[in-house]
Design a protein around this ligand. Structure first.
Ligand SMILES: NC(=O)C1=CN([C@@H]2O[C@H](COP(=O)(O)OP(=O)(O)OC[C@H]3O[C@@H](n4cnc5c(N)ncnc54)[C@H](O)[C@@H]3O)[C@@H](O)[C@H]2O)C=CC1
Ligand SMILES: NCC(=O)COP(=O)(O)O
Length: 351
């Protein structure tokens, strides 16, 4: 941990034209930031969004990486990163894409060297970062993987009732954890990306982190097929038979509790989810619509497999709401609480 107690969360404020900055200032003003939280972003931007919304807030500028006092209502410690261009709510600017990446770099570096204990991210806009010249940018998840120099990480979203260690498994009524075998890929590329080696890596990380972070002794994971009806015995696709099933079989032989490959449309029903600790979906829009239907606004995104905890909101930049103070703060609240809980357990990897 960065200091004796409590853990320090580095909270990146996200795309400056989106709702991230205002969510951060609103939570800070209301005293809803966990015990020690430092925003990473442009202080003038945060002051402008606070003033725009009539939020009374004192910003405390601190040198990036320096120590941070305990959170207090109406006070927001900031590790400053300067905007590259003025920002207006709802108006993207490619000039500020580098700024967004710089905020990530500050937080990642702080977590890697132990100056912060966990990272929480407000939403960024993938398109504007790609348009700024970062053609390979896909999202925080992939950026963090590469920045930490590791081969694989797992994106998992969980509704609030399934976020914490004491919530063992699906109990009906909206508790759900959904991990993804592939993340931000065009659908056309998904089938080729569902390889045996990727699935094996993903399942090992998911299994290990369900034990590590959630206290599940023997994680029970339900795995979706890729094709309709999980391939209908090979008549509607062969990936289940040729790729997914053999990986599950090999891991079962090691003691993994894996169900599948199952048709996704029947897997996501209460009867099939009973006793399941997490679902592994093959692609983004196979799993996340169900998760968001179950708990949009009270769910969080977790990156598994990193050397430090990283959580995020379940929503994007919401440019249509930016600057109006109407965006729901629930998911950021949940993401912060989860990061604090994970960091509090001091469960950093040794990678
Ligand atoms: N963690 C992250 O950085 C994420 C970033 N994104 C990015 O955000 C950008 C916009 O994505 P969209 O698909 O338009 O999704 P979006 O989540 O920004 O917006 C979808 C709809 O949900 C509403 N919404 C979003 N957040 C809300 C909140 N806090 N309270 C109330 N309503 C809310 C919006 O007003 C809009 O109607 C894209 O570049 C996307 O890649 C998307 C998801 C997560
Ligand atoms: N739909 C989830 C999402 O896009 C979040 O991606 P990331 O930026 O956290 O990798």
């Amino acid at each position: 941990m960065a200091s004796s107690s409590p853990p320090l969360l580095a909270l990146t404020t996200g795309e400056p034209a989106g709702v991230g900055p205002e969510l951060v200032v609103q939570l800070a003003a209301a005293g809803e930031l966990p015990a020690r939280t430092v925003a990473v972003g442009d202080p003038a931007l945060l002051a402008e969004r606070a003033a725009r919304l009539g939020v009374r807030l004192e910003l405390q500028e601190l040198a990036p990486g320096s120590s941070v006092p305990a959170s207090a209502p109406g006070i927001l410690p900031v590790w400053p990163v300067a905007l590259h261009a003025p920002s207006r709510p709802g108006r993207l600017s490619v000039a500020n894409a580098a700024y967004v990446l710089e905020t990530l770099d500050v937080a990642i570096q702080a977590c890697r060297v132990g100056q912060a204990d966990a990272m929480v991210t407000a939403p960024l806009h993938k398109g504007v970062i790609i348009e700024s010249g970062h053609a390979g940018f896909r999202g925080h998840t992939e950026y963090l993987r590469d920045a930490c120099g590791i081969d694989e990480v797992v994106m998992m979203l969980a509704t609030d009732r399934a976020l914490h260690a004491h919530e063992a498994s699906w109990v009906g009524g909206g508790a759900l954890r959904v991990a993804l075998a592939t993340t931000h890929l065009p659908l056309r590329e998904v089938a080729d990306a569902v390889t045996a080696s990727r699935l094996e890596r993903i399942l090992r990380i998911l299994h290990a982190d369900l034990v590590r972070w959630y206290g599940v002794k023997t994680p029970s994971i339900a795995v979706c097929g890729l094709n309709p009806h999980a391939g209908e015995g090979g008549h509607l696709g062969t990936e289940e038979r040729d790729v997914i099933a053999p990986v599950l079989e090999a891991l079962r032989a090691e003691g993994f509790a894996l169900d599948g490959p199952l048709p996704a449309d029947t897997l996501f029903t209460p009867r099939h989810l009973a006793g399941i600790d997490a679902v592994l979906a093959m692609y983004h829009d196979q799993g996340l619509p169900v998760l968001k239907y179950a708990g949009f606004g009270r769910a969080a995104n977790v990156t598994l497999g990193l050397p430090f905890p990283r959580t995020s909101v379940d929503h994007g930049t919401a440019l249509d709401l930016a600057g109006r103070g109407e965006a729901d703060r629930g998911s950021l609240r949940v993401a912060l609480a989860l990061a604090a809980e994970m960091a509090g357990r001091g469960a950093c990897r040794s990678t």
